[in-house]
Ligand binder design. Sequence first.
Ligand code: HPA
Length: 289
Amino acid sequence: MEKEYTYKDYQNTAEWLLSHTKHRPQVAVICGSGLGGLADKVTQAQTFDYNEIPNFPQSTVPGHAGRLVFGFLNDRACVVMQGRFHFYEGHPLWKVTFPVRVFRLMGVDTLVVTNAAGGLNPKFEVGDIMLIRDHINMPGFSGQNPLRGPNEERFGDRFPAMSDAYDRNLRKEAHCAWKRMGEERELQEGTYVMLGGPNFETIAECRLLQKLGADAVGMSTVPEVIVARHCGLRVFGFSLITNKVTLSYESLEKANHEEVLEAGKQAARKLEQFVSLLMASIPPSGNII
Ligand code: HPA
């Protein structure tokens, strides 16, 4: 079995990055499948491939580039993860979430998470953006939790609360920013459920997830959010609805990764603009609750 990271490993990676860039990011943004285009909006960009960063895991999924981009989004100092790590790739959750703690040690105080997700809520259309209000940690139900094991007190408490995981003020700000964008479709808001993947869901599973109160389903995000909240980061995020899940045995529709990436591409500009706008809503450094 692979050895888990020590506090020193997180420190070493943070120090390596701090000594290789002059950027001092306040906000970290994790780009979901097909949403890496956000990194191209970063000004004064300095880029590191994951394979040149000490201790960094490697990304294996098409549509996930595997680069850290430092710079500014709408004048806010940022680090953008172009490509994330997934449980289904075979990474343990402590590895999936490694970058989050590194960002914390670098001085980041806010994490923005994005993902591609299947729409469970019948109101949702392909291309909609769902602001994440809450999540259901399905792998957590069977004990798969990134915080499992000895607690590292220097990051946070043994039993962190998750009832306020997604920042209420920033969610409010997001609705205001969305109105300013003048979009025809309303900004959706709801609960994201994470499944381990990599297969898409059966019809029975989708029906179950709907009954559980989930609005969108995906294979990521929740581990990073748990670790971010544990170490005191402010979090907010959204799902791009890339497909509607299949709920009927009569339907001939099937989810596939290409469809996910294609919908990501089409909605990418809207999303980039939205995230950029929202940068202005994040309180300045030092105002962490
Ligand atoms: N299910 C799970 N993950 C996904 C989906 C889906 O339908 N679409 C995009 N990511």
